[in-house]
Design a binder for this molecule. Structure first.
Ligand code: HEC
Ligand code: HEC
Ligand code: HEC
Length: 421
């Protein structure tokens, strides 16, 4: 009898220890997902806010929306959420009390998350995060976007349904990559073109619009399909994986909102997950084909819609004076710190908005621990006129084997007026 209860006692203790260790695993996994899913970044105010306490302004065409406090505080955070409530917020975009959420919170992507991952995230948010008793600031949206109830119609019309469906004709690594891109990674939130209702025009590879490029916050998030010009067609799988984790790879350096994305979120990807994502992207067939890159060709013969960079002497002169010291006479830059402009996918993209913006206001790559600090690209807002900028970028887009359409003075003026520079 005594022996039995002793055994029962030890069984109970080892169960408890096992459970605690297991719970730690769950919390640990949730912490990882919160980093690579952007919850940590987007739910923390970058101006010194407490982790997960919300208040970050998320830009949208309707105005900025503040992220919520998702710490376990019972009044202002998720303290009163059950796992079912949490699932509803993540999959259906409905917060406690059936409150519809703005799609600035990327629930159209998170809808595809596995239950196991949601459980891990929930465990982490409840047990691994310090509660903060502070409300997120109120939103100031113009009418009619301030009418939260209207989001119900948006959700009924546009929110996708269903979780990630494994493809049995693909291997485990491909499925892992597809799952991360489509759900946790929410890459489509920036990279997929949006329709009339601001809904993403596709949520997986079955759509020919999926990840073909989109402008948000006045940055063009490039085409991630296999286009050999403006897409990832010429970039090796490993280079893409490196780019995601360090901001540099295959001669490219990330910038704009992608720089923040790497700095705050994607640098936390495990090597295996980064390679799975890269591998999946490499299987997307070329779509929305734009500029062309043919190395070794010096200038183009203007025929059949080909562009001719040779006659652009103003652009050549400005390039020589203002850009060549860093990007080189051959346009090859000094990788890994200074990107090559020859064969650069963003330089060849259909939408020149991003390259206009970076030349106007400058920029820097992401700060990632363990990687040499990024170099600064100076801004030329006060040095070059709209016409000069347009000619310089046209020169860059039509030289060293690059072949993409002209950048016009009005393209430059439009971007400058939008960003107020
Ligand atoms: C791009 C920014 C962004 C990312 C990334 C993001 N969120 Fe959000 N989230 C928001 C915004 C903005 C809101 C508030 C929306 C509203 O007020 O309608 C929100 C609201 C929520 C809510 C509803 C809370 C409430 O009661 O108001 C939950 C839960 C939530 N997010 C969890 C997460 C989790 C978990 C992740 C990571 C997997 C995540 N979010 C990633 C922007 C983001
Ligand atoms: C907040 C918006 C945002 C999100 C989310 C985002 N990206 Fe990007 N991404 C951009 C922008 C803007 C660019 C163009 C600037 C650049 O090339 O660095 C870009 C560029 C890229 C490039 C090309 C880089 C180059 O220099 O050729 C790759 C590859 C990429 N993103 C992959 C991803 C993947 C994979 C995800 C999801 C895990 C993702 N992005 C999520 C905004 C985003
Ligand atoms: C002091 C060195 C320097 C000078 C001068 C300079 N750049 Fe840059 N450029 C950089 C660096 C560094 C980056 C990467 C910045 C980043 O990651 O945000 C960059 C990025 C770019 C990009 C984005 C490339 C990509 O990765 O897709 C373009 C386009 C560009 N520069 C064009 C120009 C043009 C045009 C000029 C002249 C008007 C110029 N640069 C002058 C250093 C320079």
């Amino acid at each position: 009898m005594k022996a039995l209860s002793r055994r029962a006692f030890f069984t109970a203790v080892s169960m408890a220890v096992w459970l605690a260790a297991h719970a730690d695993d769950l919390v640990e996994r949730g912490a990882y997902l919160s980093r690579i899913g952007g919850c940590a970044a987007c739910h923390t105010n970058p101006k010194g806010g407490a982790p997960f306490a919300g208040g970050r302004e998320v830009p949208s065409p309707f105005g900025s929306i503040h992220s919520s406090n998702i710490t376990p505080d019972p009044t202002y955070g998720l303290g009163k959420y059950s796992f079912a409530d949490f699932t509803r917020a993540m999959r259906d975009g409905r917060a406690l009390g059936d409150k519809p959420l703005y799609p600035a919170m990327p629930y159209p992507s998170y809808a595809k998350m596995d239950e196991a991952d949601l459980r891990a995230l929930f465990a982490f948010l409840q047990k691994g995060v310090t509660p903060v008793a502070k409300p997120a600031p109120a939103n100031h949206l113009p009418f009619p976007f301030d009418q939260r109830w209207t989001l119900r119609f948006w959700q009924a019309a546009f929110a996708p349904r269903g979780s990630y469906a494994r493809r049995s004709d693909r291997d485990a690594e491909w499925n892992r990559g597809a799952y991360l891109v489509q759900s946790v990674g929410h890459c489509g939130a920036c990279h997929t073109p949006r329709g009339v209702g601001y809904q993403e025009k596709g949520y997986d590879e079955s759509s020919d619009q999926f990840l073909t490029g989109m402008t948000d916050d006045h940055w063009f998030a490039s085409n991630l399909t296999g286009d050999r010009g403006a897409g990832l067609g010429r970039m090796e799988k490993q280079a893409i994986a490196d780019l995601l984790r360090t901001g540099r790879g295959g001669g490219a350096v990330v910038w704009g909102t992608m720089s923040e994305e790497v700095e705050e979120t994607l640098r936390h990807l495990s090597e295996d997950d980064a390679r799975a994502i890269a591998g999946y992207l490499k299987t997307l067939p070329p779509q929305r084909v734009a500029g062309v890159y043919e190395p070794g060709r010096v200038g183009f013969v203007p025929a059949d819609g080909r562009y001719d960079g040779r006659s652009n002497t103003l652009g050549a002169a400005a390039y020589k004076g203002f850009c060549m010291a860093c990007h080189g006479a051959d346009g090859r830059g000094q990788p890994p710190a200074i990107p090559s402009l020859a064969g650069n996918a963003s330089v060849l993209s259909e939408d020149a908005g991003s390259i206009i913006r970076i030349v106007v206001e400058g920029g820097r790559g992401p700060l990632v621990p363990g990687v040499p600090p990024p170099l600064q690209m100076p801004g030329f807002a006060d040095t070059l006129t709209d016409a000069q900028l347009a000619r310089t970028l046209t020169y860059v887009r039509q030289n060293w084997g690059n072949d993409a359409r002209d950048v016009t003075t009005s393209d430059v003026s439009k971007v400058r007026s939008k960003i107020g520079r």
